[in-house]
Design a protein around this ligand. Sequence first.
Ligand SMILES: [Zn+2]
Length: 414
Amino acid sequence: MASTGRGGGWLLRNGIVAGRRQDVAIRDGRIHRIGPDLDGTGYEVLDVTDRLVLPGFVETHIHPDKAFIADRTEGLRAGGPSAQTLVAELKKAFTVDDVYRRARRVMELAIRHGCTTMRAHVELDAFVETRGLEAMRRLQRELAGVLDLTLIAFAQEGIFNDGVTQDLLREALKSGVSTLGGCPYMDRDQRAHIDWFFETAQAFGVPLDFHADSSDDPAMLTSDYIAEQTIARGMQGRVTLGHLCTLDALEPAHRARVIEKLREARIHVISLPATELHVKGRADARKTWRGVTRLGELRDAGVNVAISTNNIVNPFTPYGHPDPLRQALVAAMAGHLGNLDQLAWLLDLVTTNAARAIGLEDYGLAEGRRADLVVLDARSPAEAITEQAEKLWVIKGGRVVARNSRTNELRIPG
Ligand SMILES: [Zn+2]
């Protein structure tokens, strides 16, 4: 079977598209038509009767460069070093080939799990220098047409702690990295850090992403300042914030004011529930703070919210796996999101909302759009999340890039 289908086209027959049983015709890499009972002449027909058809999953916040290193360290324990400290030490020994091999495994798994677009962080600092970037660039080239991979030049160690990070970030942007990523809580002066990132992003004309508000201390809050700066500098819609854990620790009235500012600044929020649940709340004996941002309240306020995998098999999330459908289940548990409309919304968080957060155009299940799709072995979003349904077909730009199946044999009487 040619990966582009007979005559260059696929017809997905009888899938559940936007809640109804419809066909999807794909030709020349694009969604040609959506509707019931389409003529299959000239297409290779795939029977996907009553299977959920979604636009391809989008990972918006993920760290392939530090994936699969949990076996190189003992991990988190009471009174022990933080995940940041553990990984910073390991990073010094990363080589280009080492990063390449681990990151490639992440990409292959992500594709297998229905991911058609990924925006990944790549760390630049005195410890790893440009070795991670070199490896990720190689993957970008190799996977062209299979996974759209864009990169964020990311300052995991802050920008005032060594003499090279600021230059490395600028050099990366000059050489074409498309997004700039800050991490205010890694520097003592968070506002100076934020200001530097806004100034640099404006100078290069690139969007900004911050790892923001990782603490349970309201005094460490920065998302309100970032929102003010976003508006003052006219960058509305071009700033994404990962984490926002501190929101969960604010008094309700204060939280509502911050959320309103985020909405006004058109900031995109990317929650990373698996990492928060592993890392946060380890010091508080009285009440275990779980650190996942307020997904439901952000939604109610009209803020664009996405979720993403973040860490894969490292001290931040030793059981992390690049499967957006798994993140949807984790978010459902962490955010009390179990009603049918909430479960349906969770799939938006790894598809359309995620695409919006990173400014993806030409995306979604509509005629004329690029044919990036995933077919799940489920009839509804609730069933897909509950059963962690298999991704039967993954189609990227009209090409089948993954085909998955599960075999179950139930040997019971009757
Ligand atoms: Zn992250």
